[in-house]
Design a binder for this molecule. Structure first.
Ligand SMILES: Nc1ncnc2c1ncn2[C@@H]1O[C@H](COP(=O)(O)OP(=O)(O)OP(=O)(O)O)[C@@H](O)[C@H]1O
Length: 371
């Protein structure tokens, strides 16, 4: 099949077995040139193994890797148009900033004059011009991060592979670096392949996210699609907070299913898929999709019932209420948002929660991932 210039990376039927164990399982995917592509999944799902195959540190058991329309399976790591940024940045502590960035350029035989020019240019682009003579130990965590990225980008790779590069930073710096990384990727236009187990990193930065589980991609989609239209229960649970309940389908009519949760609460859920009667589904509703009002008040909503507050996890606009269905004992997490005052809410407070059918999704328990 002819490779497509639209893509910088195409993987076909890519697998990696370690003896009997399959770490990466027949992956088929493409990454658009100039995009930010994240691979998101729990520890042990195969992310690093996949990245190492792309970089050439691990050879595939089956399948093909094409970078910019060329098969690279047989190419050594240093011959691939790829660079990698690790969690522990591997900057040389005994060299200053300029020497760190110059290292790869020297190995490529770039002359001193041109090196200085490229170093100045890349430092300007990462916002650190003037730090050429600083020692690595004189830099903050975020500055080190930018130097590590500058050192890779100065070599103008087709693909930049990033292996949890924010994992070693504290929370505040991580938040800041998420935005910076996204800006850097846009500024340079290099294709980024970013692996992480942190869904917020993947959602904030990516054009596309592949959610990986047991060596396979469950879904490859934009952050919004993953969040609002997860294809599988794993994706619904792994991406963002959600309330999940197992339920049985009682009836389905005109795109709406009537379900009964294991504890007996009837729920109405919009569905595009035919759900057979009596089939078992998972029903998901996001905490922020649930409205709150005073207990007993009838509102215009497909689903509504009274609850008792079990916990009020106050955190300003990001507060969460954990509530329990007064009749059927199912628990829900509700994100009331800034407009609902939690001033008088305590454990034991009675409220009503409500949501419309289209704000919940149901996924048949048999549904499996894509590739
Ligand atoms: N060289 C190896 N030999 C045998 N098994 C391996 C080897 N490398 C990885 N594995 C196994 O393959 C699976 C996937 O590992 P991998 O490091 O790719 O996961 P990961 O998603 O990157 O996890 P983490 O987020 O914890 O780094 C794990 O079960 C791991 O034990």
């Amino acid at each position: 099949m002819a490779a497509n210039a639209k893509y910088d990376l195409e993987c076909k039927h890519l697998s990696k077995h370690f003896s009997e164990f399959t770490a990466v399982d027949k992956l088929n995917f493409s990454v658009e040139a100039g995009s930010f592509f994240s691979i998101l999944g729990p520890s042990g799902c195969g992310k690093t193994t996949l990245l190492r195959m792309l970089a050439g540190f691990e050879s595939p058991s089956e399948g093909e890797i094409q970078i910019h329309q060329k098969r690279v399976n047989e190419l050594a790591p240093n011959k691939r148009p790829v660079n990698m940024v690790f969690q522990h940045l591997a900057l040389f502590p005994n060299m200053n900033v300029s020497e760190n960035i110059a290292y790869g350029l020297k190995r490529r035989g770039i002359k001193a004059n041109e090196r200085q020019h490229k170093i100045k240019d890349v430092l300007e682009r990462v916002g650190l011009d003037g730090s050429q003579n600083k020692q690595i130990t004189q830099l903050s965590g975020g500055q080190k991060q930018r130097i590590a990225i500058a050192r890779s980008l100065v070599l103008e790779p087709r693909l930049l592979l990033l292996d949890e590069p924010l994992g070693a930073l504290d929370l505040k710096l991580r938040e800041k670096m998420k935005v910076e990384l996204k800006h850097l990727q846009r500024e340079f236009g290099t294709t980024f392949i970013y692996i992480t187990h942190d869904q917020s990193e993947a959602l904030v930065m990516s054009d596309k996210v592949a959610v990986m589980n047991n060596g396979r991609f469950e879904q490859v989609a934009s952050p919004q699609e993953l969040y609002y239209q997860p294809n599988t229960a794993f994706v619904a649970k792994f991406v963002g907070q959600t309330n999940a309940h197992s339920a049985v389908v009682c009836e389905q009519r005109q795109g709406v299913a009537l379900l009964k949760t294991a504890r007996g609460r009837h729920l109405i859920v919009a569905t595009t898929i035919d759900q057979a009667e009596k089939s078992v589904v998972d029903v998901f509703v996001r905490p922020e999709a649930i409205g709150i009002c005073e207990a007993g008040r009838e509102v215009q909503a497909d689903n509504q019932f009274d609850v008792e507050v079990e916990e009020c996890l106050f955190d300003g606009a990001s507060s969460t209420l954990v509530v329990k269905d007064t009749h059927h004992q199912d628990s829900y997490r509700v994100a009331p948002g800034a407009s609902f005052s939690l001033q008088h809410i305590v454990p034991g407070s009675k409220l009503r929660i409500f949501w419309d059918a289209k704000q919940a999704i149901c996924i048949s328990q048999e549904v499996k991932g894509e590739s």
